[in-house]
Design a protein around this ligand. Structure first.
Ligand SMILES: *Cc1c(COP(=O)(O)O)cnc(C)c1O
Length: 382
């Protein structure tokens, strides 16, 4: 019998230390392992790039939470993505991706892999006809989905897109960073691979950079495992341990992130300085029904458009006290960002540009009354 999510978040891959009984598996801060005679490995461990017990404990945990065959963890989200792209693509291959995917993902596919002859077509994932047409381009190997997307929280239909991708013979990849497996499990909706920046909700405490891939299929997992070993962008033992430590509270954190974000979204909706609130938990959000179907909560990310334009947005971003002005997201502390000059500066002036009156909030798990009061004083101080 499979245990529930919150139980697995605490116990999967976390057996106590057999030598001392330590409840928390130790950080195996070592580069190599002594052999009992040549080739006499203890537990299969040989050298820290090929495997380390702390990294294994994180990988076992992630595979369990996403319902995959196997997971591999990396030194960053982009290192994980790069390993996947190299495991799947050869020069001349084609990738179809959402036109609002994480900017670093687009840069990696377009500029790094583009230099090796990989082609790409960004599409609006809500337009299934456009997706079908792009998938028809020769040698399409990957359909890359990100939902909810950044910063306007667009929701894409994973099951419908996975069916289209598979019809075209493509591997269906979902970047599940914004929802986390506590709220959305793409493999159960038909995806083949889940990508994470574990830097965000999985780590959850803004103290570690990391990434992961979770595979449904053992054959692809083997290729990814080979690249993790052969190219070496592994997660370090301490980083893996910190990520495991964060994940133990993922279920309760996501619940509180979602509650706080919902309350803030509803409050801001009524505020005269606010023109629009982008949060999938609001019935007025275009992706609300779909999100309610494919997610088990609406998450902690929301954006708002200010009635007073770019000036008002910048003023808000620089006037909060509890919300700190910083890139990144998904930690216990609330962060505020101004996408058009920060996370989305690289798409300024393109069709993907974020409106200049938009501010993004990563709603933390502080007292919601303090968060609302902070936003109110920052919105009023003009
Ligand atoms: C941050 C992020 C990434 C990149 O992860 P890093 O850990 O910064 O390399 C990829 N996708 C999404 C959705 C992200 O938010």
């Amino acid at each position: 019998m499979t245990e529930g999510f919150a139980t697995r978040a605490i116990h999967a891959g976390q057996e106590f230390d057999p030598t001392t009984g330590a409840v928390v598996p130790p950080i195996y801060q070592t580069s190599t392992f002594v052999q009992d005679g040549i080739g006499g490995l203890r537990g299969g461990y040989e050298y820290g790039r090929s495997a380390n017990p702390t990294r294994d404990s994180l990988q076992t945990l992630l595979a369990s939470l996403e319902g995959g065959q196997k997971a591999y963890s990396f030194s960053s989200g982009l290192a994980a993505e790069d390993a996947l792209l190299r495991a799947v693509l050869t020069p001349g291959d084609h990738v179809v991706l959402g036109n609002d995917v994480y900017g670093g993902t687009y840069r990696l596919i377009n500029r790094v892999h583009g230099a090796w002859g990989v082609r790409n077509t960004p599409v609006d994932l809500a337009n299934l006809d456009a997706v079908r047409e792009a998938l028809g381009i020769q040698r399409t190997r990957i359909l890359w989905i990100e939902t909810p997307s950044n910063p306007l929280m667009k929701i894409s239909d994973i099951a419908a897109l996975a069916a289209l991708g598979h019809e075209a013979g493509a591997l269906v990849v979902v970047d599940n960073t914004f929802a986390s497996p506590a709220l959305q499990q793409p493999l159960s909706l038909g995806a083949d691979v889940v990508v994470h920046s574990t830097t965000k909700y999985l780590g959850g405490h803004s103290d570690v950079i990391g990434g992961a891939l979770v595979m449904r299929d053992a054959e692809l997992a083997e290729k990814v495992g080979f690249l993790q070993f052969a190219a070496g962008a592994i997660s370090a033992p301490l980083d893996a341990w910190l990520t495991v430590r964060g994940i133990k509270t993922l279920a309760v954190r996501m619940q509180r992130h979602s509650e706080n974000a919902q309350a803030i979204a509803e409050h801001l909706l009524e505020h005269p300085a606010v023109e629009a609130v982008y949060y999938p938990g609001l019935p007025s959000h275009p992706g609300h029904e779909l999100a309610a179907r494919q997610m088990s909560g609406f998450g902690g990310m929301l954006s708002l458009a200010l009635a007073g334009g770019a000036d008002a947005a910048q003023h808000l971003a620089e006037s909060t006290h509890v919300f700190q002005l910083a890139e990144s997201l998904g930690g216990v502390e609330s962060l505020i960002g101004y996408p058009s000059e920060m996370t989305h500066a690289s798409v300024k002036g393109t069709p993907l540009a974020v409106p200049e009156n938009v501010v993004r909030l990563s709603v933390g798990i502080e007292e919601v009354g303090d968060l609302i009061a902070d936003l109110d004083q920052a919105l009023a101080g003009r």
